[in-house]
Design a protein around this ligand. Structure first.
Ligand code: AGP
Length: 613
């Protein structure tokens, strides 16, 4: 996903832009650039490759003097990664500079029109069309804000735009539709950015722009307009993250930092929502009458968030006795789902900007279903569009591979399950109390999974298995669902082909793939299914598989009769066990990725938030 930073003030802009872009690298990109107004001219420096390449081109920003400018990291959608396709894009006559995150769906038609009107293009991008379209109107109107408004009125698709005009030094315009963009208030300086970490060093007062918003600002002023171009007052929010939360805090990578942040993150999600032993769900009001009419719950998401939904099926059906269907967002919107007022659609998204998930949410709303979003990024598009939102409060998750956001999403599922089961009286009061008490201890039990002894043991096993080419994750019931996430972690950061299977399913075909040295990760924490899972373990062991087992302490002696490599996790209520099981699976994948010299925080081909379909 692209990253945008804009600065208007009295300090040199280029170093601030480079610093801000470096805090957005986690979003995934393939090129970077800056444009600074320097001595009345729009000066651009941009290049394919990492931010360090760009910084080298402009001597860390010192080579371009000027106190306002825009910067960008690009994740290619239209046009391959290249210097010329990098942003910022300058319009034909050099009057307008633009950075953009999103997709202009009607760019080809607009480009044809502009070519006919005499505009020339250098790149293959949709963004250059925006720059030339604004310049086209500016040529006629000689009015920067009006030119932007006319051009934006013709755009179809998604866009977060930062725009400069050579004839209007000291003014910047930003426009937001579907792609995230925030405005930061400074003292004698102002900022725009795709995400908070880019400007947290300079200001904590931010506004999350809404779809259709425009802001016209100088270093001292900011005028906001809504989608109807009516002036609108914005109340800044104060970001309470400390800067370290967006840095590595001494860890080698953001991912291992965020793995170790899970006790704190889960506690931060749960404890404000458990008061005097009762679950409270912020200002979400799912009334008893509404819930009694509920016929089905869909859980719609992508990737790891979808796997939270797969766990949610087990958890919600067992406690609330309502049919639950997890469905991939990219499938949901094209599968003609059966929706209505008796359907609750749970939308799960860490970023709150995933295009497939956002589109599914809009489809659910169009069909009259109630929507409840579980989101980490405050003010994100999904958070704003859903009827209700429960924030996971995991803090910024920088590593592309999710860990603490996954765990806090799962924690919110537990809260929703208890809340609904309590209202529908489908859970015995003593069971409710037991689970609540276990929830209040969950952070400590997660911390026990991350003791130095356990981490060293996992590192040791990682050293045994990091050269494997294929891996299978097997389990039953919730263990089968958590295998999906464990398997994805190994795929996305260690680039090992891995598959998750219900343990009972292997004999129906996949077991033909098991041979000498195949790695099988066996997850066996469900007491009532332990023996059956162990039978499956023996089947694969008999065919030469290496097995790495994860179970609870009570089964350690038994599993070790068959499996040499075992990690145990503390036992908790069966409904909550996946929150502990996932910890060694995350850690195992992390250390294997390190041993394979993979780029753990920024895995190849991946982006932190997939804002294109
Ligand atoms: C997580 O490790 C993955 N990178 C990815 O599957 C992610 O969960 C998915 O893209 C959904 O993202 P979201 O939660 O921000 O919507």
């Amino acid at each position: 996903m692209c990253g945008i930073v804009g600065y208007l003030g009295t300090r040199q802009a280029a170093p601030i832009l480079l610093d801000g872009l470096s805090k957005l690298e986690y979003r995934g990109y393939d090129s970077a650039g800056v444009c600074v107004m320097s001595n009345g001219e729009l000066k651009v420096a941009k290049s394919k490759g990492r931010l360090a390449t760009l910084s080298g081109l402009i001597d860390g920003g010192r080579a371009i003097q000027g106190t306002f400018g825009i910067g960008h990291t690009r994740w290619a959608t239209h046009g391959a990664p290249s210097d010329i396709n990098s942003h910022p894009h300058i319009a034909d006559a050099g009057k307008i500079a633009v950075v953009h995150n999103g997709i202009i769906e009607n760019y080809l038609r607009l480009k044809e029109d502009l070519v006919r009107k005499g505009k020339h293009f250098q790149s293959e991008t949709d963004t250059e069309v925006v720059a030339n379209l604004i310049e086209y109107y500016y040529d006629r109107l000689q009015d920067f804000p009006r030119a932007v408004r006319r051009a934006v009125g013709q755009l179809e698709g998604s866009y977060a735009l930062g725009i400069l005009c050579q004839d209007f030094p000291g003014t910047m315009i930003a426009v937001k539709k579907e792609s995230p963009l925030i405005f930061g208030f400074g003292e004698g300086e102002n900022f725009i950015a795709s995400d908070v970490p880019a400007i947290l060093k300079y200001t904590r007062k931010v506004v999350y722009l809404n779809d259709g918003d425009t802001v016209i600002f100088t270093k001292d002023t900011a005028r906001f307009y809504d989608a109807f171009y009516d002036p609108v007052e914005k109340t800044p929010e104060t970001i309470d993250w400390d800067i370290s939360a967006a840095e590595k805090c001494g860890y080698d990578h953001f991912m291992i930092k965020e793995i170790h942040e899970q006790p704190k993150a889960v506690k931060g999600t749960l404890s404000p929502r458990i008061r005097d032993g009762r679950v409270v769900l912020d200002d979400v009001t799912l009334s008893k009458e509404y819930l009694e009419e509920l016929k089905r719950i869909y859980i719609v998401a992508c990737g790891s968030s979808y796997y939270v939904g797969c766990l949610g099926k087990h958890i919600l059906e067992k406690t609330c006795r309502i049919p639950v269907e997890p469905i991939l967002a990219s499938e949901f919107r094209y599968s003609e789902p059966v929706l209505g007022s008796d359907t609750l659609v749970l939308i799960i998204s860490q970023s709150g900007e995933t295009a497939d998930t956002k589109a599914a949410l809009m489809e659910a709303k169009r069909q009259g279903a109630r929507t409840l979003a579980i989101v980490n990024v405050v003010g994100s598009a999904i958070a704003k569009e859903a009827d209700d939102v429960i924030y996971t409060w995991a803090g910024p998750e920088i590593a592309v591979a999710t860990t603490k956001a996954f765990s806090t999403q799962l924690s919110v599922i537990y809260l929703i399950a208890l809340y609904i089961a309590d209202l529908l009286e489908t859970i015995r009061p003593e069971e409710y109390d037991t689970i609540v008490n276990e929830l209040l201890k969950l952070d400590q039990k997660i911390a026990l999974c991350l003791t130095n002894d356990n981490v060293q043991k996992i590192r040791y096993y990682a050293e045994q298995y990091f050269k494997v080419h294929d891996a299978f994750f097997i389990g039953r019931n919730v263990d089968s669902a958590i295998c999906l996430e464990g398997s994805l972690k190994l795929k996305e950061i260690a680039y090992i082909h891995s598959e998750a299977y219900a343990a009972g399913e292997l004999k129906h075909g996949p077991i033909s793939l098991i041979e000498e040295g195949t790695l099988v990760v066996a997850v066996a924490t469900v007491d009532s299914l332990f023996d059956k899972t162990m039978s499956n373990v023996k089947e694969v062991r008999a065919r030469g598989a290496d097995v790495f087992g994860v179970t609870t302490e009570k089964h350690e002696a038994e599993i070790k009769k068959t499996v040499p490599s075992v990690i145990t996790v503390p036992a908790t209520h069966p409904m909550l066990q996946p929150s502990l099981t996932i910890i060694p699976l995350q850690t195992f994948a992390y250390y294997i990725a390190l041993l394979r010299d993979c780029d753990v925080d920024k895995p190849r081909n991946l982006a932190k938030s997939v804002t294109v379909e």
